[in-house]
Design a protein around this ligand. Structure first.
Ligand code: CP
Ligand code: NVA
Length: 306
């Protein structure tokens, strides 16, 4: 039961995280040059999706195949998980057959419960609290475009959701200042804010948040599982749209990132992803490279020959 898990950025040291970003950039280069690199031959990743996904599923599945292994997609609809088999039992069984597991779920406790009973590494593919794989891609994208993020200022505009919580952890691990602009009542969770101390500042005015910022990011106003709040959120978050004029108030070198999927006309203006300061497509691609670096680190080297 001593497997190493990745449920949060806090499961790695800052040095390991910087190493993962450097490795992701190397793996991206290998792929662009058409070099075959298959250190995970015969390794199998199980992927449990309790919520929808395009990028996370594709990047993990393609990543495992490119590294020489395989990925198996599992949904609660077609497994005993959906019929009430306990998480702990599922973890015991699955981890005897697989080399690593990725879970996208609602309650973060599903991940901690699975991890406690898993013999193999568990990766958080998004929970209601955190989305650490996305932040690996975001940090890689910033590094590629602007170099080190250490000492820089990042602005999060909109909902204090799972992505925002993860930016708070990233601020501590990658050593940057974070300003969060959100409406009252939609702040990130207190436990993340408390752990970050004065690295994170909450403001109400998006212009105040982005002033001098080197990276601006936002996300949908209604996350998966909150669909019944959509109408209320649309109204409340309207002053928090990120558009070209808002980016003009940031540092001249600012880049804009969005984890996607995006709702144009809501959290971003119709034209924002076409702005030269936006790097959302590179960011999406980097999910593949960053997670390959993560899989390489977590999944043991190839089996010895008999
Ligand atoms: N950004 C992200 O996690 O996208 P998916 O929901 O498509 O996986
Ligand atoms: N906050 C969003 C992120 C999707 C990638 C959600 O949880 O739905």
């Amino acid at each position: 039961m001593s497997a190493r898990h990745f449920l949060s950025l806090m499961d790695c040291t800052p040095q390991e995280l910087s190493g993962l970003i450097r490795r992701a950039i190397e793996l991206k280069d290998l792929r662009k040059r058409g070099v075959l690199f298959e250190p995970l031959k015969s390794r199998v990743l199980g992927m449990i999706f309790e919520k929808a996904s395009t990028r996370t599923r594709l990047s993990f599945e393609a990543g495992m195949i490119q590294l020489g292994g395989q990925a198996i997609f599992l949904s609660p609809r077609d497994t005993q998980l959906g019929r009430g088999e306990p998480i702990a039992d599922s973890a015991r069984v699955m981890s005897r057959m697989l080399d690593a597991v990725m879970i996208r779920t609602f309650a973060h406790s599903t991940l901690t419960e699975f991890a406690a009973h898993s013999q193999v590494p568990l990766i958080n593919g998004l929970s209601d609290d955190l989305h650490p794989c996305q932040l690996l891609a975001d940090m890689q994208t910033f590094a590629e475009q602007r170099g080190s993020i250490q000492g820089k200022t990042v602005a999060w505009v909109g909902d204090g959701n799972n992505m925002c919580n993860t930016y708070i952890e990233a601020a501590q691990q990658f050593d940057f200042q974070l300003r969060v602009a959100c409406p009252e009542g939609y702040e990130p969770k207190a436990r993340f804010l408390d752990a970050a101390g004065d690295r994170v500042q909450i403001v109400r005015d998006p212009r105040e948040a982005v002033r001098g910022a080197h990276l601006v990011s936002t996300d949908v106003w209604t996350s998966m599982g909150q669909e019944e709040e959509t109408a209320k959120r649309l109204k409340l978050f309207a002053p928090y749209q990120v558009n070209r004029a808002l980016l003009d108030a940031a540092d001249p070198t600012v880049i804009f990132l969005h984890c996607l999927p995006a709702h144009r006309g809501e959290e971003i203006s119709e034209d924002l992803l076409d702005d030269p300061r936006a790097f959302a497509w590179d960011q999406a691609e980097n999910r593949l490279h960053a997670q390959k670096a993560l899989l390489e680190m977590l999944v043991a080297p190839a089996f010895a020959q008999p």
